[in-house]
Design a protein around this ligand. Structure first.
Ligand SMILES: [Zn+2]
Length: 458
């Protein structure tokens, strides 16, 4: 039995010079114990390393298999979520690309092209999912602390992106409290290896700057939506404390390196072990209906084929227009503009007539083939897509003489994969007080139509 351990270094403090020493020390330790890890850097940090003549550090980062991008400016206001909060989705995608491509270019020029993205602090934004394709970063390495997607030990596809929302198994704060919390930190990794199952992933999150400071560098300068007149470095630990923190970090790595049943791996490598994204084949109608009646509309695997909720709707539509099982489904993404006011987690009503449902099926297939997206509604916009799916399941079940309750509700299970607002990191100390970007959350629920399991190659 083996579980995957991902160590993620968020390299971001472009203000505190001493954090460069911490990064260099961490690189030494990781080389010493030969443990792969993922190194996500902020554009401004790459620039500051360059400006401070740290060519050697930049070169060492370039040798890492898993170099990531941790935004252009991290906590500078407006942060990503602050700026995108009220924009419509497409406008937000455009703005994401404009502001983040600046940092991607700096990292690519000074180090090498980054291969994954990690949101800065609480700035998980759904627009990243579309923007990352354009920025050539196919992996979104998020975490249980900041992601809007529910925590999972397995990766998921969302639209065209591999998304990781893995449990963070270290104390919070972590490195800033070393050496005091070292035993706890090691215990958490040991427990992972006994509690998780083969093929599950967990992560450890470290900010190099924590080894040398007593307060987060960005809280010092950007707390509560405001920026200090001049940027100040974070308060430093004493020289002796820094030495102890370094040594304790080294012991931590030495100890977790030998925890049994954990394979330490970087996120780019682990993502490359996944089967490529593909559309499922149309299968046996009874199996599809059985799955829908048990799991509702949401990510699922039927006979090794992975379905999103959107795939399931397309499969229902194809079956209703008499398509023979066997063919590959057309590629389908989330509907555009779905979700405002949809706060239900299950759909129940009276089914529409069979004629209405069949003409809806033809409309769905036509629109999916034309746009690549699920329509948000059918019948000239009068019937929501979930209502159509509810009616389609009813009529297909009758046609197949499956026993059905009169009008069984249709759980919109894909919505369970998005955390509720009170679980989101909107209380990140850098955001303005009472920052509640509901629109970002609603767009995430819309994109959840496209969520589906990602599977490792066998
Ligand atoms: Zn960060």
């Amino acid at each position: 039995m083996t579980v995957y351990g991902l160590i993620r270094f968020d390299i971001e403090d472009f203000v505190t010079q001493e954090s460069d020493d911490a990064l260099e020390f961490i690189l030494d330790v990781m080389d010493e114990f030969r443990i792969p890890a993922s190194y996500g850097i902020v554009g401004k940090k790459a620039q500051s390393l360059h400006d401070r003549q740290h060519q050697k550090i930049l070169q060492r980062l370039a040798t890492k298999n898993s170099l990531g991008f941790h935004s252009t400016t991290h906590s500078e206001h407006p942060t990503l979520a602050e700026e995108l909060a009220e924009m419509d989705y497409e406008q937000g995608v455009k703005r994401f690309i404009e502001r983040e491509s600046v940092g991607v270019d700096v990292v690519a020029k000074l180090i090498k092209a980054p291969r994954y993205f990690t949101q800065p602090g609480g700035n998980w934004v759904p627009q990243a999912i579309t923007a990352l394709v354009h920025l050539d970063m196919p992996v979104f390495f998020s975490d249980s602390w900041n992601s809007y997607i529910a925590t999972s030990t397995q990766p998921l596809w969302i639209e065209d992106i591999v998304h990781w929302s893995v449990p963070v198994l270290n104390p919070r704060p972590f490195a800033m409290k070393l050496p005091d919390n070292m035993d706890d930190a090691v215990t958490m990794v040991e427990q992972a290896s006994s509690k998780l199952s083969t093929g599950d992933a967990f992560m450890v999150m470290v900010h190099p700057t924590e080894l040398v400071t007593t307060k987060f560098w960005d809280a010092v300068n950007f707390e509560f939506g405001a920026t200090t007149a001049t940027l100040r470095k974070a308060p430093l630990r004493s020289r002796q404390d820094r030495k102890e923190a370094f040594e304790s970090f080294r012991s931590y790595i030495r100890r977790i390196a030998s925890v049994p049943h954990v394979e330490w791996v970087d996120v780019v490598e682990l993502s490359s072990r996944l089967k490529p994204l593909s559309s499922p084949h149309l299968g046996d109608p009874s199996e599809l209906l059985e799955n829908l009646s048990q799991n509702g509309l949401g990510p699922t695997t039927i006979r090794g084929e992975n379905f999103s909720a959107a795939d399931e709707v397309v499969a229902l539509a194809l079956l209703l227009i008499g398509t023979t099982p066997g063919q590959e489904l057309p590629r389908v993404r989330a509907p555009q503009g779905w979700g405002y006011g949809h706060l239900l987690h299950a759909y129940a009503a009276h089914p529409e007539s069979i004629d209405t449902v069949e003409s809806g099926a033809r409309e769905i297939i036509r629109q999916v083939r034309a746009s690549g997206c699920l329509p948000r509604a059918v019948g000239r916009g009068s019937e929501s897509i979930e209502n159509w799916a509810f009616s389609a399941i009813f009529h297909l079940s009758q046609a197949l003489k499956r026993p059905v309750d009169e009008f069984p509700p249709l759980p919109l299970t894909f919505l369970d994969y998005v955390k509720e607002p009170d679980q989101l990191h909107w209380d990140w100390p850098i955001f303005p007080p009472n920052f509640q970007p509901y629109r970002l959350w609603q767009e995430t629920r819309r994109l959840a139509w496209s969520l589906k399991p990602a599977q490792y190659r066998s």
